[in-house]
Design a protein around this ligand. Structure first.
Ligand SMILES: C[S@@+](CC[C@H](N)C(=O)[O-])C[C@H]1O[C@@H](n2cnc3c(N)ncnc32)[C@H](O)[C@@H]1O
Length: 360
């Protein structure tokens, strides 16, 4: 099989091991006074739910009421502060986990607990962490049918997977019309592997898919294995091209679309790009493309349409450095943006973009 050693350790929500929790941990149940408990979470106490899953849900609902009372979403800065307050307080509400299951009555079954914590018998997680695991488990069980792929993708926990498909339609159409050689391709920042599998499906013989995130590597390998594609895909954990050692006919990159601002909380490297990412990418990409090969970058004017910045890393590269030449550019209006633009008519419409470049 064409893959790295199978010893990749997935990232997981940090468990609180018993004994390591705050000495002042307060045990709560259905009968406890919810407004008082919500106030205690806000004051910094850690609470452990001891009876039913629904007790935790009720405490969170009360906390939400206390934090957001009367706060309008339109007041962006005040709302963001409230969200941060809710985030910190809700993470002090803890859930007991025993032998791969939530140790509360009427709790959801979450397969990730067994898969991600085989080393721990008993520990605690926060309620929001458990909710995140539960939602991810539902996506994993159900899978997602993507444009251009016959088989659904079942994204592994913590892996980026698109929930809007505009850029996937754009790329698949581009692939359909692509007439160049199809011996090999490289997908940088593969996430759940969707672009890599689209390329295999459109006749590329071999694809290397890379991502920094270990969970993405597991996800893409799992899909390849289930669909008998492992001999045509090499999945590697790598910072951009760091571990790639050959040239390909096509390099594709669907990068994060938003610049990381200094105060971005819980920064997600699938969504936000740190300063220098594009400079590093363009410094190296040309070395990994065969003569007559292509570089395709999928991007969006999201940062601009959301009023975050007018800077555009692909346009900047083309204008400032003259290392690449644009041979084709396509864009597609994002579905559903008309509703959005009604509410925010001062903002521009959202488009996804496909930039086809060649090194010069
Ligand atoms: C917007 S997602 C795209 C995922 C997938 N290609 C798709 O189109 O759905 C960006 C991906 O780039 C990865 N990424 C971010 N910085 C990276 C880096 N320096 N090297 C490799 N991958 C990176 C993220 O982990 C994430 O999976």
């Amino acid at each position: 099989m064409h893959t790295e050693k199978d010893d990749i350790i997935p990232s997981r929500p940090e468990p609180i091991e018993l004994g390591a929790s705050e000495p002042g941990l307060v045990v709560v149940s259905k009968k406890s006074d919810k407004p008082d408990l919500a106030a205690r979470l806000l004051a910094g106490d850690q609470l452990l739910v001891s009876d039913r899953f629904s007790t935790g849900m009720a405490i969170l609902a009360e906390l939400k009421r206390q934090v957001f009372k009367g706060q309008k979403k339109e007041n962006f800065i005040a709302y963001r502060e409230k969200r941060s307050e809710f985030y910190h307080a809700s993470n002090r509400l803890l859930v007991p986990i025993k032998k791969g299951k939530i140790a509360l009555k009427k709790a959801p079954e979450i397969g990730w607990l067994e898969k991600l914590y085989p080393d721990l018998d008993e520990f605690l997680l926060s309620f929001p962490q458990v909710q995140g695991l539960n939602s991810s488990w539902q996506w994993y069980l159900k899978g997602i049918k993507y444009p251009g792929l016959k088989e659904k993708i079942h994204p592994y926990y913590g892996t980026y997977f698109p929930t809007r498909f505009d850029h996937l339609y754009l790329f698949d159409k581009w692939l359909k019309n692509y007439t160049g050689l199809k011996r090999s391709a490289i997908d940088i920042g593969t996430g759940c592997g969707v672009l890599a599998f689209q390329m295999l499906n459109r006749g590329f013989e071999n694809v290397t898919a890379s991502d920094l995130n270990p969970n993405s590597i597991i996800s893409a390998k799992e899909h390849a294995g289930k669909n008998k594609l492992s001999h045509r895909i090499t999945v590697i954990q790598s910072d951009l091209f760091e571990k790639v050692d050959y040239k390909a006919d096509l390099v594709v990159f669907n990068p994060p679309w938003l610049p990381a601002l200094k105060d971005t909380e819980g920064l997600d490297s699938a969504i936000y790009f740190e300063a220098g990412l594009f400079e590093r990418f363009f410094d190296h990409a040309a070395n990994y493309i065969h003569d007559n090969g292509r570089l395709v970058i999928l991007f969006s004017n999201l940062a601009e349409s959301e009023g975050v910045t007018d800077l555009h890393p692909v346009k900047d590269e083309l204008e400032q450095n003259r290392r690449y030449k644009k041979v084709n550019f396509q864009k597609k209006k994002v579905k559903g943006s008309s509703k959005k633009t009604k509410r925010r008519d001062h903002r521009k419409k959202e488009f996804v973009e496909l930039w086809e470049l060649i090194p010069v």
